[in-house]
Ligand binder design. Structure first.
Ligand SMILES: C[C@@](CO)(OP(=O)(O)O)[C@H](O)COP(=O)(O)OP(=O)(O)OC[C@H]1O[C@@H](n2ccc(N)nc2=O)[C@H](O)[C@@H]1O
Ligand SMILES: Nc1ncnc2c1ncn2[C@@H]1O[C@H](COP(=O)(O)OP(=O)(O)O)[C@@H](O)[C@H]1O
Length: 350
């Protein structure tokens, strides 16, 4: 039996500009992703019975297992579970090569820290980690560019989770250019669970995140934008960030003040007006800046440093009164998908 564990980060969009949708319904994007140190971990192992088995453990912000969310994800048909879809894509390649016999059966254990339907690309991170792990398990030898090409057929956010760091996404948000590499980190939030990572090096970012119990469906937010006729009621031509803006977005926290922007904010707030209060509360509490992450509902508040991040989290708790588990502090930019462990042993299991 062989076993490989890989992880991949969740993300925040520092910049998200949306253009008029094409005939396929997809919107052209100019977006800048920052991967954050909140990681999904996927273990893939060969098993005797053929097919793809998935077991998902979704965790709450405090690290405890959310049984209901885990069951919901395990109830998804394999063609909808992003980790299973990623394994299937690579299984097709492996079944034609020397690993054909072991590629017949694989079990995936998906350990989720990124909130489900939170606008932080948790499902895409599962797909990215699974692609990397299966590539290793079956000795396919695919490079990052090849994995990105497969990844974008699974979801627009998958390449960003593979690449990590701070990266520009164009096309559907799936054509990546790395702007600043990520740093290694444990993948545990700085708070919400005991601190296992130390951030604070020059230029690192610390984010307080307000998580929501109820997710927002990405297509519903894009539909709401279409119904309004575009951001602010019109569709503008998209332009990549110029050198100055790129410099600010990849710089230290102070440089990001006033530079964060998200065209999905208005439509998301129409669906969830309470998120406006969360954004305002972060600004009132002294956040360097605050932004809705992707299609939401997660709100990200940028802090000056780790202590300030904890202060922002406390201010959210005081002002909004959510459960402690709904606010965490994470660092960024984080590394993209990476191998965590691998092993081989005699025997097998089903
Ligand atoms: C909005 C963003 C911003 O990073 O992230 P999330 O907030 O979902 O994390 C992404 O564009 C989401 O990426 P992802 O969730 O992988 O998208 P996909 O699975 O490919 O598409 C889900 C749905 O989103 C819409 N969609 C997605 C990407 C895009 N460029 N245009 C779109 O219109 C389409 O309605 C599509 O059916
Ligand atoms: N492995 C997975 N993890 C989370 N959601 C998944 C997964 N596979 C499929 N999905 C579906 O994708 C939806 C949103 O995915 P997720 O990546 O968590 O959020 P977002 O698109 O907002 O970043 C979920 O509601 C779920 O139905």
């Amino acid at each position: 039996m062989r076993e490989v564990t890989a992880s991949a980060p969740g993300k925040i969009n520092l910049l998200l500009r949306v253009g008029r949708p094409g005939a396929d319904g997809y919107h052209p994007l100019v977006t800048v992703f920052e991967s954050v140190d909140l990681r999904e971990t996927v273990t893939v192992r060969t098993v005797r019975s053929p097919g793809i088995q998935v077991r998902t453990r979704a965790r709450s912000a405090d690290g405890s297992v959310d049984e209901a969310a885990s069951r919901q994800l395990d109830a998804l048909p394999p063609e909808r579970h992003l980790a299973a879809r990623a394994a299937r894509a690579l299984q097709r390649l492996a079944s034609a090569g020397p690993w054909a016999s072991t590629a017949a059966g694989v079990r995936l254990d998906v350990d989720k820290r990124v909130p489900v339907a939170g606008g932080m690309a948790g499902g895409s991170a599962d797909a990215a980690a699974t692609l990397l792990a299966c590539n290793e398990l079956w000795g396919l030898g695919l490079d990052l560019g090849q994995l990105e090409r497969i990844g974008r057929t699974l979801g627009a956010d998958v390449p960003a989770c593979l690449v990590g760091g701070i990266a520009l996404g164009t096309g559907r948000g799936d054509r990546m250019r790395l702007l600043r590499p990520g740093r290694p980190g444990s993948g545990d939030p700085v708070s919400g669970r005991p601190c296992a990572t130390s951030r604070g090096a020059e230029g690192d970012h610390v984010w307080a995140l307000a998580l929501s119990d109820m997710g927002l469906a990405t297509p519903a937010v894009f539909d709401e934008l279409d119904a309004a006729g575009g951001p602010g009621g019109g569709w503008a031509a998209l332009a990549e960030p110029d050198e100055r803006l790129t410099g600010r977005l990849t710089g230290p926290a102070s440089a990001l003040a006033g530079a964060l922007a998200n065209d999905l904010t208005e439509p998301a707030l129409r669906l969830r007006p309470d998120l406006g209060e969360t954004l305002d509360a972060a600004r009132r509490a002294g956040a360097v800046d605050a932004v809705l992450s992707g299609s939401g509902p997660t709100v990200a508040a940028l802090a000056r440093d780790e202590e300030h991040g904890r202060g922002l989290a406390r201010a959210w708790l005081d002002l909004l009164g959510p459960r402690e588990a709904d606010v965490i502090v994470v660092g960024g930019p984080a590394e993209g998908a990476r191998i965590e462990a691998e092993s081989s042993s005699a025997g097998g299991r089903d």
